[in-house]
Design a protein. Sequence first.
Length: 87
Amino acid sequence: MIMHKMTVDGNEYYLDPEQNVDETKNSVVAAVKSGGGLVDIPLAGHATVSVLISQSSPVRFETVDADESSESGSSGDDLWDWEYLQP
């Protein structure tokens, strides 16, 4: 399973698997170009967080192949079990 992680000023956000990551990247760039603004980020587990993005905000996007990231290969790893995170 491919998962996307967004890090803003050291805070990590695991993005909702249904989310269009390119759209989120474009929202971040638009906020920076306009001098700053709030960007709504849908997270895994169906929560949404609003993040203040400014021209000095360090933002990083990372793509994680969750199937390959587990060294043990166990299917019981709840870190990547997004159904587990849903309310």
